[in-house]
Design a protein around this ligand. Sequence first.
Ligand SMILES: Cc1cc2nc3c(=O)[nH]c(=O)nc-3n(C[C@H](O)[C@H](O)[C@H](O)COP(=O)(O)O)c2cc1C
Length: 352
Amino acid sequence: MGIAIRRVGRYDSRNIATRKSQLGETQPMKTRITEMFGIEHPIIQGGMHFVGLAELAAAVSNAGGLGIITGLTQRTPELLAKEIARCKEMTKKPIGVNLTFLPVMAAPDYPGYIKAIIDGGVKIVETAGNNPQKWLPVLKENGIKVIHKCTSVRHSLKAEQIGCDAVSVDGFECGGHPGEDDVPNMILLPRAADELKIPFVASGGMADGRSLVAALAMGAEGMNMGTRFIATKEAPVHDNVKHAIVAASELDTRLVMRPLRNTERVLTNAAVERLLKKEKELGANIKFEDIIAEVAGVYPRIMQDGEMEAGAWSCGMVVGLINDIPTCKELIDRTMAQANEIIRQRLARFAA
Ligand SMILES: Cc1cc2nc3c(=O)[nH]c(=O)nc-3n(C[C@H](O)[C@H](O)[C@H](O)COP(=O)(O)O)c2cc1C
């Protein structure tokens, strides 16, 4: 894996941190997303398998963002109910739960998971994967706001049409599943803004105040971060994962499973290179069974045990912008301070 060469520029997080005191306390920012979810800052922590546990969700929410527990990381609805209760002991602020609808034959117990969400008093659900239409009536009846994750304008419009409250628009740079269209956020976000009536957040490649201001400029009402939140003090993952993120550059992610139309952006390692070799050799004949060793059951080994060569795990190109392991509060405060500084000083100068 490549070792990043880091330049400390004007907008490096360390400079912003030292300037923060001059900027005063972090001001809340009002957008349609903060209003909808009852949060102070338009920053969401996206659901992440074996990362989005109670500790991280509570830390993000306590810092004024929206923390999200990853539903399917909990093996049963009963375990999800316990995780929600555990999170609610750590924060009184709004939290969300991610429900990923997988394209598999043996579907997880979705009605059970939804019951755990409703009974747990959670009022925000981040859906992802397959169309969530079937589950919207029960969520709506229980006063739950739904933000659906989409990798294209057409899926975003569909989400709006079926009654989702908001969308999270995930560009090609994102960690996880960017879809098959390969449209980066520089194009996808303004396209979404041109078409959508419901509010959306920018997702994929978001790291700091620059990302937030750019997202707002392109029509988003906030941003969703995945990879950036893994490298925080509270993320309940092995230190090896956090250090791998800090060490990696923007050149170190790969796209796997494209021939299976299940493209995933992952951090490169020996298993990923092996997987890509198989994809090259087997071509269109490749089947999921051929790559099981590199993708199945990988997350607990990576995230909990820190076995960094165990297999393919989601990671965004934004690793190139991640240089440190702050607390969630430090990360969110400095992001808001930087965003405010850019808006009030740098951009105001151009407009003057
Ligand atoms: C390790 C990891 C695991 C993820 N797991 C899920 C998941 O289970 N469900 C989901 O909807 N998105 C998942 N995502 C996607 C994130 O929620 C988010 O959309 C994405 O990370 C945004 O891109 P970024 O990493 O550039 O910030 C995952 C991302 C990462 C990095």
